[in-house]
Design a protein around this ligand. Structure first.
Ligand SMILES: O=C(O)c1ccccc1NCC(=O)[C@H](O)[C@H](O)COP(=O)(O)O
Length: 209
């Protein structure tokens, strides 16, 4: 069954709801400028509601001080959503011992060429490359051409993101064979605020047999 991450939660009641609906991971976004950004203080409260879901901290080019602050909150997984090099990913892995996910933004097949260099990453998250002139590294609700992934063999565990919705996630899984999917915008009606009906529909559609 496909695993599901719901990303960018900011409200404790919604965190509890997403966990009860069967999300495998819940993402908390620490990226500056994001409408989904949470502070470490707020995250400490949100973490109490995750139930059996695993919490994931989304960071963009974090320095060591930020890494240490977030690791101290007890996150088991760090999602690196910036321009972190393979060396920087390895250094963060060595510093924390945590599970590390590295995001690769893709717009063409060549964007996958660097994937194998991220040997320290425990999972690659294949996302749409941000649009030209974007001020944020992700969360744009933009789909990329899934045929880019045709005949691609991931070097390890991976996950699909980028403009997924309750309406397209089953087709995305069928087209790419993704073992796991991630969504932020596609389960919101108001930017930055998750919608319960959309969350439920997304998880059901992704996990349908
Ligand atoms: O959501 C943001 O504002 C954001 C800011 C900076 C880096 C990443 C960001 N979001 C990424 C995600 O929430 C997801 O991991 C993924 O990219 C899917 O986003 P979406 O296309 O909106 O479903």
């Amino acid at each position: 069954m496909t695993s599901v991450k719901i990303c960018g939660l900011t409200d404790p009641d919604l965190v509890g709801f997403v966990a009860r609906e069967g999300a495998d991971w819940i993402g908390f976004n620490f990226a500056p400028g994001s409408p989904r950004r949470v502070t470490p203080q707020a995250a400490a409260t949100l973490l109490m509601q995750v139930g059996r879901a695993r919490p994931v901290a989304l960071l963009v080019d974090p320095d060591d001080a930020e890494i240490d602050t977030i690791a101290a909150l007890g996150f088991p997984v760090l999602q690196l959503h910036g321009a972190e090099t393979p060396g920087r990913v390895a250094a963060i892995k060595a510093r924390t011992g945590l599970e590390i996910w590295k995001v690769l933004g893709v717009a063409q097949r060549a964007d996958l060429d660097g994937a194998a260099a991220y040997t320290a990453a425990d999972r690659l998250l294949i996302d749409a490359k941000p649009p030209e002139g974007a001020t944020r590294a992700g969360g744009h609700g933009q789909v990329f051409d899934w045929t880019i992934l045709d005949h691609w063999t991931a070097p390890g565990p991976w996950m699909l993101a980028g403009g997924l919705t309750p309406g397209n996630v089953a087709a995305a899984i069928a087209a790419t064979g993704a073992p796991a999917v991630d969504v932020a915008s596609g389960v919101e009606r108001i930017r930055g605020l998750k919608d319960r009906d959309l969350v439920r529909a997304f998880i059901r559609a992704a996990k349908q047999p």
